[in-house]
Design a protein around this ligand. Structure first.
Ligand SMILES: C[S@@+](CC[C@H](N)C(=O)[O-])C[C@H]1O[C@@H](n2cnc3c(N)ncnc32)[C@H](O)[C@@H]1O
Length: 332
């Protein structure tokens, strides 16, 4: 696929659906060229979010469990391909792709087989989804707002059987809060690995916090701003190319190996004013608005302005004033 081969009409149709002008009332993929065009554009942007999530999981010392992988609601299959690319595929015994659109599942299976020669790649069978085969690592990406209540329950039954789950969604308030509700529901059976740095009830969902939501921003590759294809896509899709908001959840059944004592997660973006940086912070004590005066640590101030890494830190603090800090896995 190249920018010249893109099916712009199909992308316009998808856009109408994604912005809510057309309902999600069953499988909607109409052609292979539509899926390929999605994969090249919307899917690629989702891939950048996955790259950021995987980076955080690696920095935090997490690795997928050896065994099978199931990509549920796979679309073009970008999520599982990105995760396997970043973690290597040697631990993966089999990649299974499921989408209620057979066209999408077929495209995803072919792309994965091409991308990972030697990997066992299959499309899901009723046996796997229905409850007698191990699920292994369950991958879910950008599907929550398309599900009927019944489909959501079916998915949550699979989540309950999984060894681990990595679930990435858009960064809107509604979707992030829905994912937060799912976290609360699952936290008694699966351990929350990330983005949380603690196992407490999610403080964003507490009364009085209705205006906050747990979301992050992935950095797009810098080259896209000078790429006429991406610029044209951004204009036609009505997308700000600089902004890649997402929410996510990583869950695991295995005992922890990651050390998260004292870790904080920055929610949203750090805001830089002249004399200070400020942000909403989440840690084991809950949510707090923190400030870093520039003169307290000019190096850290600059790092927070420039870094492309996920914002997971161990701060040194005096109350809500930060005096210094180190990024998680700083030497990794
Ligand atoms: C926005 S696309 C995301 C695709 C892919 N996961 C990604 O991140 O690029 C949502 C996908 O979910 C699939 N889907 C929606 N409802 C589903 C259901 N009930 N069962 C299986 N797949 C579903 C759609 O067919 C579509 O491929």
């Amino acid at each position: 696929m190249t920018w010249d081969e893109l099916d712009w009409e199909a992308l316009a149709r998808l856009r109408r659906r994604f912005i809510g002008q057309e309902p999600f009332d069953g499988p909607y993929w109409e052609s292979e060229s539509e899926i390929a065009s999605y994969d090249f554009t919307y899917g690629e942007r989702i891939g950048w979010k996955w790259d950021h999530v995987v980076r955080e999981l690696r920095l935090r010392g997490w690795h997928p469990p050896a065994g099978p992988v199931l990509d549920w609601g796979c679309g073009s299959g970008v999520a599982s391909r990105r995760l396997l690319r970043e973690f290597g595929a040697t631990w993966c015994s089999r990649l299974t792709l499921w989408d209620h659109s057979p066209l999408a599942a077929g495209f995803a299976a072919e792309s994965a087989a091409r991308g990972f020669p030697g990997l066992s790649v299959t499309q899901a069978t009723p046996g796997l989804l229905g409850g007698d085969e191990p699920v292994g690592l369950l991958i879910i990406s950008h599907v929550l707002n398309e599900l009927t209540p019944a489909a959501r329950e079916t998915l949550l039954e699979l989540v309950a059987r999984a060894e681990a789950v990595v679930w990435v969604e858009s960064g809107t308030s509604a979707v992030s809060r829905a994912l937060g509700g799912i976290r609360e529901r699952l936290a008694s059976t699966l351990r929350v690995v990330a983005p949380c740095t603690h196992a407490n009830t999610c403080p964003v969902l507490a009364p009085g916090r209705e205006r906050d939501w747990c979301h992050f921003f992935a950095p797009p590759p810098p080259g896209i701003f000078a790429d006429s294809g991406w610029v044209k896509f951004g204009q036609r899709a009505g997308i700000d190319l600089r902004s890649l908001p997402y929410s996510f959840l990583a869950l695991d059944r295995r005992p922890p190996t990651e050390d998260r004592a004292g870790l904080s997660r920055v929610i949203g973006r750090v805001e830089h004013l002249k004399p200070l940086a400020r942000w909403l912070n989440c840690d084991a004590a809950g949510l707090a608005g923190l400030e870093l005066p520039k003169r307290a640590d000019a190096r850290l101030f600059k790092e927070l302005e420039r870094t492309r890494e996920p914002l997971v830190y161990r701060w040194r603090r005096e109350g809500d004033r930060v005096t210094g800090g180190e990024a998680v896995g700083a030497k990794a």
